[in-house]
Structures are given as C-alpha cells and as structure tokens.
Design a protein around this ligand. Structure first.
Ligand SMILES: *[C@@H]1O[C@H](CO)[C@@H](O)[C@H](O)[C@H]1NC(C)=O
Ligand SMILES: *[C@@H]1O[C@H](CO)[C@@H](O)[C@H](O)[C@H]1NC(C)=O
Ligand SMILES: *[C@@H]1O[C@H](CO)[C@@H](O)[C@H](O)[C@H]1NC(C)=O
Ligand SMILES: *[C@@H]1O[C@H](CO)[C@@H](O)[C@H](O)[C@H]1NC(C)=O
Ligand SMILES: *[C@@H]1O[C@H](CO)[C@@H](O)[C@H](O)[C@H]1NC(C)=O
Length: 538
C-alpha cells in the first residue's frame, strides 16, 4: 500500500480529532518541573540532591480522573534525564511513559513536555526519575488521582488527606552509587529510611474524633517497608487504583514501588503518637518516624515505638492474600469492579520469568530468563515506529526459564492486542523481588513458596476477588502469579522495581501489538518527540 497517499489522510484526521476533542475534552492541568541540583541533608550530612522547583521531595500532582496532565520537564542537570509516572497507564501512548525504551532522554539544559491523561484512573501513585541512579537523590513525588464528583467512593469521606513518600537513603552522591554498580558490585545497604525526606521531623496535625486518609507510597530503591501508627489501626481502602475490602490492620507491608491508602480514625486519648515506617527483610532494620499530633495535645509521643515484623516472610505472604478487591465497589467508572469476571477469561498464554544475578564479562548483572537488558541508543518504541532494523529483535527473550548462558541484550516479548496472559515471576534467589508493569494493571492471583508448577493454580490462585495493581512482590525462593489483559497497545516496560537490579538489567519490554493502524488503539508519535540514536530528525 502506498504510504504517501495515506499519510495526509491520517494527519488530516488527527488534526480534526484534536480540534474536535478540545471542546469535548476533560480539563487540563499544566505543570512545569524545573529539575536542578541542590544541597540537602536528610541524614544530617550535606549532599547533592535533585530538586524539582527547588523542592525535595518534588511537588505532588493532585488531579481528577480523566484530567489531562501536561508536565514540562526542564532538565538543568549535567546529565540526560527522564521522569516516569509509576502506575499511570498512558492509554494508547507508551510515547509518554518516560523510560529509555520509549523516550529519548531530555538532554541537559533542555526540556520536554509530557502530555498524559489520567484516563479511567483513581488512586495513589508516584513519579520518579527513570534514568541512571538519579532517583537515589530525589526528583520523586506523589500523584493523587481523585474520583470525579459523579462517582460513588466506597468509604467515608476523610476530613483531610496526608501523602507520605517512604524512601531508603544513601549519604553518597548518585554518581558514586552508579560507579559502584558500573564496576560490577552490588549496591551497599542504605544508610537510612525517610518519610517525606526526613528521618523523624514530620508532624501531621489532626483533630480528635475525625477521620483521616493516609496515602503511602514506597518510593525506596531497595527495601520493602512496614507501616504503622502507634495505638491506631489502619483501614485499607485502596491499593494502586483498586478499592479493596476494607480490612483493618495493625501494620501493613508495602513493597518497593507499591502504594496504599488507609483511613485512620482519631479515637485514642488526646496526646501525640508515633507514625512508623521500618524496613523489612533487612539487617539491621532501619526506621523512620513521624508524629501524629492531636490538636490541643501537649504530650509528646512516648517510646517504645510500636513493634512491626522484621524478617517474617510468611506473615507478609499471609497478609498479602488478605488484600482483596471489593467486588461491589466502583473503580474510576461507575461499574462495579466485580463486573469484570477475570477468573473466567481464558488465558491465551503463560509466561514464566525467573530473575537471577549472573556474572557477565566479569561483572555482576541482573537478568530475566538469562537476558540482562541494556538500553540501545535508539528507544525501542521509536525503532519500532520507523521500522529501524538492528535495534531489537522481537522475542529475544524466552517465555520460560532455561539454562543457556546469560547474555546482555535488548529483550522484547511480543503480545497480540487483547491477549489475556498469565505471568509467573519465579524467584529462586534469597532476596525479595518487586516487579512492575507499565501500561496495564494486573490481578495478583497467587503467592507461593518454592518452584511454581501448573498444579499450583488450583490450590493457590484467587480467581474471584484478587486485587488489581501495577507492582507485585515476590518473596525469597517463591513465586507470584498475575493475570493481565494486554489491551493497551504500545511498548511497555516490565521491570524490577528494585532499582540496582533494574539498573543492571532486570527488565524487559512487552510489545502489545496488532497490525491495524488506528488512533482508536494507539496515538501517533507526539509532534514534540525528542530524537536520538537512529531516529530520523523529522
Ligand atoms: C520547552 O518549553 C517551552 C516553553 O518554555 C515549550 O514551548 C516547548 O514546547 C518545550 N519543548 C518541548 C520539546 O516540549
Ligand atoms: C496504647 O494503648 C495501650 C492499651 O491499649 C496502652 O497500654 C498504651 O499505653 C498506649 N500507648 C500509648 C503511646 O498511648
Ligand atoms: C464494598 O463497597 C461497598 C460499596 O459498593 C461498600 O458499601 C462496602 O462497605 C464495601 N465493603 C467492604 C467490606 O469494604
Ligand atoms: C513500518 O512498516 C509497517 C509495516 O510494513 C508500515 O505499516 C509502516 O507504515 C512503516 N512505518 C514507517 C514510519 O515507515
Ligand atoms: C508442584 O509443586 C508442589 C509444591 O512445591 C509440589 O508438591 C508438587 O509435587 C508439584 N507438582 C508437580 C507436578 O511438579
């Protein structure tokens, strides 16, 4: 078919769509993020942080379902830079995902404007840099997507919301940390744990008798956390965009890359209480605290801190199984979550991904099914769009673990649009894993110990009310299984949320595709797309 004839038609249609949609469309919110170095001292030692608009952590993006969020990111660092929006699905547009497989990085002293829509999303999310080790020293922040006024939210309205970003922290510069990894060594243990950039100095002022919401995101590089509030219980209402059964917890584990929202009723005696985040599965345990201040209280919070689990793996796995979908609750749209009977949809394909830590060319790497990912100069998505050969090969990663020698490569696994896929993450290492998928949420149907096999489906899978989310933990020497409907066309990052692992190759891309070119399934390359590698200039 002659492309030259069809091109003007597409462009014309696109222009028409734009004109049409401006009238009919959802509200726009504009942000400028100026990214600079600046001195910070979260652990009392002055060091170079990365700030957004002078702030650490970065500003919160507050918006409503279906809002168009336009963020002009101005890079004033000395290195190329990108932000990714963790859990924002970027429907039909992996072009906006902000990872090196889809975007050219923003060069120093330059800018790029993301154009995203919070299409059919609600919930608590985060953003952070996806380039190098930048996020180790800042430039992360929260994204809170609220329900539209017409949507019934399945919990009592809190009087106020608090947003908490929990991060592990190193006193080292990001370039030093990068050098350690580049030389083939594992990242050292973190020096501390922070809540909103502080070890202990956050105070949250509340009124006795009232109901508050806590939106908590684990933006750490390496460590799962346990979150709790002295003498108060946490009623879980949402994880990563799903309304959960409102179970009450003394404390909750939140793994790297995950988010959760709790309601907290202020019904204890009038005094102050500790808010605690502590690391899981680490030695030693690191702790960050904040203060829940009852207005009018003159009593400081009292020690001891409430105790939380430290190394108990089964405790965590059992708790994970209690996080379930409220089938009658709305999500972002006014249809009950349970009307989507995911357990009855036939699986079109099963894929098993095993993580490992091989030595390749004399250096420590991390791999998935023996391939340790390395970014080509040309983003995969751009190579795909312009049919540039030699950048990646489809199915350059096997769909099952095997024992071929480990190698470095640009792994892409192809799926057909609307495939319904079972993915098993097999972890044969003695460290916890956390896996994140861009572009789609998935049902976390099962967690189990040892080696996965097909007979475990019957015994362990929750095919009724498992919750959907974007990041799943995999316990040491265990497996986790997810179901995902590949209904978002594009090139999507499937990565270890544990950053040194991702930096050294524990990631791949999932290409969701059909041959029909249509703006109903995927948007065209943005007009302002940055160019790099073999990408044509226009
Ligand atoms: C850079 O920012 C300017 C406004 O300061 C904007 O007009 C321009 O579109 C931005 N460039 C890109 C590539 O987004
Ligand atoms: C918490 O409650 C228990 C009783 O339920 C009480 O013994 C304890 O002193 C309380 N702690 C604080 C810090 O108020
Ligand atoms: C589930 O959602 C409904 C709203 O549809 C709400 O009334 C109910 O309390 C929720 N149930 C639980 C257990 O969270
Ligand atoms: C790339 O190849 C496909 C299939 O051959 C074709 O439909 C498409 O138009 C090509 N893209 C470009 C930008 O040439
Ligand atoms: C599957 O795994 C379970 C638990 O490890 C084990 O008991 C069972 O024998 C395995 N079944 C097969 C067919 O390998």
């Amino acid at each position: 078919m002659n492309q030259a004839i069809f091109r003007p038609f597409y462009l014309g249609l696109f222009a028409w769509l734009c004109v049409f949609s401006v009238k009919a469309e959802d509200p726009y919110r504009f942000f400028t993020f100026e990214v600079t170095y600046g001195q910070i001292a979260p652990l009392g030692v002055p060091q170079r942080g990365i700030l957004i608009n002078g702030k650490f952590p970065g500003p919160t993006i507050d918006c409503i379902t279906n809002d168009n969020v336009i963020v002009n990111v101005v890079n004033k660092l000395d290195e190329p830079f990108l932000i990714t929006w963790n859990g924002i699905k970027q429907r039909k547009s992996s072009w906006q995902d902000g990872v090196l497989g889809t975007n050219c990085p923003i060069p120093p002293n330059s800018n790029w404007t993301y154009q995203m829509q919070m299409k059919d999303q609600i919930g608590t999310y985060s953003y952070f840099p996806s380039t190098k080790m930048h996020r180790a020293v800042g430039a992360f922040g929260a994204i809170n997507v609220r329900a539209r006024a017409v949507i019934f939210v399945p919990y009592l309205k809190p009087v106020e919301e608090f947003t908490l970003l929990i991060s592990d922290w190193w006193k080292s510069d990001h370039k030093e940390l990068q050098k350690i990894l580049d030389s083939g060594n594992p990242l050292p243990n973190p020096d501390g744990l922070l809540i909103n950039g502080h070890v202990s100095s956050n105070t949250f002022t509340t009124q006795k008798g009232q109901l508050y919401m806590f939106r908590v995101s684990n933006v750490a590089l390496t460590t799962s956390i346990n979150f709790r509030i002295q003498n108060h219980t946490l009623t879980l209402v949402e994880v990563e965009g799903s309304h959960t059964l409102q179970e009450t917890y003394e404390s909750l584990d939140i793994h790297v890359g995950q988010s959760a929202s709790f309601l907290v009723k202020l019904n204890a005696p009038l005094k102050d209480y500790f808010i605690v985040a502590s690391t899981r599965f680490t030695k030693p345990t690191l702790t960050a605290t904040g203060v829940l201040h009852y207005d009018g209280s003159t009593t400081k919070p009292s020690l001891p801190l409430p105790v939380g689990p430290t190394y108990q793996i089964h405790w965590s796995m059992k708790q994970a199984r209690t996080i379930r979908w409220n089938l009658t609750a709305n999500a972002a749209r006014p249809n009950p979550q349970g009307s989507y009977h995911y357990g009855t949809i036939p699986v079109t394909r099963t894929v098993v991904f095993a993580n490992s830590a091989p030595v390749i060319n004399g250096k420590l790497r991390y791999a998935v099914n023996q391939v340790s990912y390395a970014n080509p100069q040309t983003p995969l998505k751009i190579a795909d769009f312009y049919n540039i050969s030699g950048v990646f090969a489809l199915n350059s990663i096997k769909s099952n673990p095997h024992s071929n020698p480990p190698a470095i490569g640009a792994s892409v696994m192809g799926f057909t649009l609307h495939d319904f896929v079972e993915i098993v993450f097999q972890n044969n290492e003695y460290s916890i894993q956390s896996w994140h998928l861009d572009g789609s949420d998935f049902w976390t149907v099962g967690f189990g110990s040892g080696e996965w096999n097909t007979t475990l489906r019957k015994k362990f899978y929750n095919l009724n009310d498992a919750t959907t989310r974007h990041t799943v933990q995999v316990y040491p020497n265990s497996w986790s299984a997810i179901l995902v409907s590949m209904d978002n066309k594009g090139m999507w990052n499937l990565r270890s949320a544990i950053w040194p692992r991702r930096y050294l190759g524990q990631e791949l891309y999932v290409r969701v595709w059909n041959d029909e070119k249509s703006f109903h399934t995927e948007y065209d390359i943005p007009l302002n797309a940055l160019r790099c590698g073999k990408a044509p200039l226009q």
